[in-house]
Design a protein around this ligand. Structure first.
Ligand SMILES: N[C@@H](CCC(=O)N[C@@H](CS)C(=O)NCC(=O)O)C(=O)O
Length: 239
């Protein structure tokens, strides 16, 4: 690695919230990275999985390569955040020193990784990509998304940050996923005003803005809004 090269390579995708969560933390820690965006127009999903599996056996973005540590490879966004703070947050800006506070940060990180991200991910799937129109499956994941949002709404009512009165990787880990709440018919400002304020606070941080460069926010038509599909037999709204 020369002085002009970025320390990290981040394998990412322009629409991938899990990867932008990593970009935000890299940026907040003032670490340099070169993003490589997966281009689905030049490589088939099958080829991509074969190639990508060499870096990540789970075949998903993001993957981080640390050129300052013999090209050490880390995958799964939460594992990447923990790697970054363990090695590079020497001043405890995003990761508390105190082991009991660390356990509190871990609680929220695990809820994000096992609950918030996958639940919104499944809502996207049943809203936009599934081969069949299944409004009840979509609704199930939107409802669960709202249940988790309610947990955060209540927790943040009397505090600015999730743990210890200070922003940590726990807060940042939720940001990029909730930026896409509108895609699953959630209006944060109206339905979850406290979460909305927390999001706005993070969204105004210059390093978060910088980490979002390259992100594309898309809004395709829902499956049931496309030609040839209808919600025949369904009387209620799916949202
Ligand atoms: N739990 C994983 C989620 C990774 C993930 O789902 N990545 C998506 C994009 S956000 C992906 O690579 N999708 C491409 C595919 O399914 O082939 C993490 O947080 O790193």
């Amino acid at each position: 690695m020369t002085a002009t090269e970025a320390q990290f390579t981040l394998h990412t995708h322009v629409t991938c919230p899990a990867a932008f969560k990593v970009a935000h933390v890299l940026s907040l820690l003032n670490l340099t990275y070169n993003p490589i965006y997966f281009d689905s127009t030049s490589i088939s999903r099958h080829e991509k999985l074969k190639w990508f599996a060499k870096l990540n056996p789970n075949g998903r973005s993001p993957v981080l390569i640390d050129h300052a540590q013999n090209d050490h490879v880390v995958w799964e966004s939460t594992a990447i955040l923990l790697y970054l703070v363990t090695l590079y947050d020497t001043e405890n800006t995003l990761w508390p020193k105190d082991v009991f506070e660390q356990s509190k940060v871990n609680e929220w990180l695990m809820l994000q990784a096992s609950g918030q991200g996958p639940t919104i991910g499944q809502a996207f799937w049943f809203g936009y990509w599934h081969h069949e129109v299944l409004p009840s499956a979509y609704k199930r994941y939107v409802d669960e998304t709202k249940r988790i949002l309610n947990v955060l709404e209540n927790w943040l009512k009397d505090k600015k940050w999730l743990v210890g009165g200070k922003m940590s990787i726990a807060d940042v880990s939720y940001y990029s996923w909730y930026e896409e709440a509108y895609l699953v018919d959630v209006d944060l400002a109206k339905e979850f005003p406290t979460v909305h304020t927390w999001m706005e606070t993070m969204g105004a941080i210059p390093e978060i803005v910088k980490g979002s460069v390259g992100r594309e926010m898309i809004k395709p038509k829902k499956i049931w809004e496309r030609d040839g599909y209808s919600l025949a037999g369904t009387t209620s709204s799916v949202g």
